[in-house]
Design a protein around this ligand. Structure first.
Ligand code: KG4
Ligand code: ZN
Length: 368
């Protein structure tokens, strides 16, 4: 594995994140990471405004690079940067900065896929020996909502989904010496409309909540009660869409509930809002879990991971643990993994690694 000092840059959406990392041969430990989150800049618009996002990246990126890197400017060996996918203007700021620094220092620039970053964010700062293959990864954020199956290349040669789970005898993986090219990374499902995070944002906006909607809905739901007046549909889709998601029906349902209040001339009480948030969150989480669990069973997965910022939703993680018969813990927010029945269930060890961050971009470079 590479033992170099790396500058990593992530700017694909509304987080400007810079990390400087020396691979120390132990469990993907991050030395230094700084970030600027644009949440407060976009809050008044109720979502990310692409034109504003790239202008803020432009303003912040050099300051952050300077802050993290001034003392080690001549020591860096390589630069890794997010190249795709996401907001073109935002990506261009990271890429231009990376290439300018690379040119100046005569160092290589390695372009990295953002989604692979989320998938392998699961390796950061944990006991990686617990992560066995095949692994089902649910990537879920404001822009992504997909299920991936990760397996050894030689265990999964077929493009045909039903042929993938051939033989899982040797599921141990030496992650320190594993390259992405050693793995089969197969997307088996995606959302047909909104991503879960996006639907949280939209429903929060309808209810007069703040951006980002996920944390707002979660906080309201803590005071919510089960209320049969506000039951949201769980959209399963038909057999040929077995692992795909759809959240637009839930959004329409929220709209109908709010319209009903408007027509009656009565505003929803605080308790109504909390109950709606609770029921909506339950429906989104049930849908995510239903599809994810099917994939886990069908592909005989040894590891189940959830990544992306929605993985910070404690109720989602709690419900998933409950599916595996786990009900007792001290403080759910600190629970980021569980080992049960030969299955390892996990999410990124820090909330920072669930969001768009440069550390995950470094991991992908390391495995390239
Ligand atoms: O990963 P991220 O920063 O952006 C993308 O790469 O798309 O995810 C942002 C999304 C927002 O839609 C936000 O509402 C959602 O993640 N989110 C949550 C929670 N925290 C953030 N959704 C549900 N529950 C949460 N606790
Ligand atoms: Zn992302």
């Amino acid at each position: 594995m590479k033992n170099q000092l790396t500058l990593a840059i992530e700017s694909s959406c509304d987080d400007t994140s810079i990390a400087i990392i020396q691979n120390d041969w132990t469990n993907f430990v991050v030395k230094k990471i700084v970030a600027y989150s644009q949440i407060s800049d976009h809050q008044k618009y109720g979502g990310v405004v692409p034109e504003l996002a790239y202008r803020i990246h432009e303003e912040k990126i050099i300051k952050l690079i300077d802050e993290i890197w001034r003392s080690q400017i001549n020591e860096v060996d390589t630069i890794s940067v997010t190249a795709e996918p996401w907001l073109m203007g935002s990506l261009m700021i990271g890429l231009t900065s990376a290439y300018a620094i690379g040119k100046f220092l005569n160092k290589p620039v390695i372009e990295v896929n953002h989604i692979y970053g989320h998938i392998f964010s699961i390796l950061l700062e944990r006991d990686i020996t617990k992560i066995k293959l095949p692994m089902a990864v649910l990537t879920v954020s404001g822009g992504h909502n997909e299920i991936y199956i990760i397996n050894h290349q030689n265990k999964a040669k077929s493009d045909n989904i039903s042929d993938i789970y051939i033989d899982n005898v040797d599921s141990l993986t030496d992650w320190n010496n594993t390259k992405i090219s050693d793995l089969q990374i197969q997307k088996i499902g995606h959302t047909l409309d909104d991503a879960a995070g996006e639907s949280f944002d939209k429903v929060a906006r309808m209810l007069g909540g703040s951006y980002p909607g996920g944390p707002w809905i979660y906080n309201q739901s803590l005071n919510g009660k089960h209320n049969t007046d506000y039951i949201f549909p769980r959209i399963r889709l038909d057999a040929n869409r077995k692992y795909d998601f759809s959240f637009s029906g839930m959004k329409s349902c929220a709209n109908q509930i709010i319209t009903k209040f408007e027509k009656s001339g009565i505003s929803p009480s605080e308790q109504d809002v909390c109950d709606i948030c609770r029921e909506f969150q339950e429906a989104v989480n049930d849908t995510l879990i239903y599809k994810w669990q099917m994939a886990v069973q069908d592909f005989d997965c040894k590891t189940i991971a959830i990544v992306g910022w929605v993985s910070a939703n404690d109720r989602l993680f709690e419900k998933f643990l409950q599916k595996f018969g786990i009900y007792y813990w001290d403080n759910l927010t600190n629970i980021v993994e569980w080992n049960t029945n030969d299955i390892y269930i996990c999410r990124p060890v820090r909330k920072l690694y669930s969001t768009d961050n440069a550390a995950m971009i470094w991991v992908v470079w390391l495995m390239s």
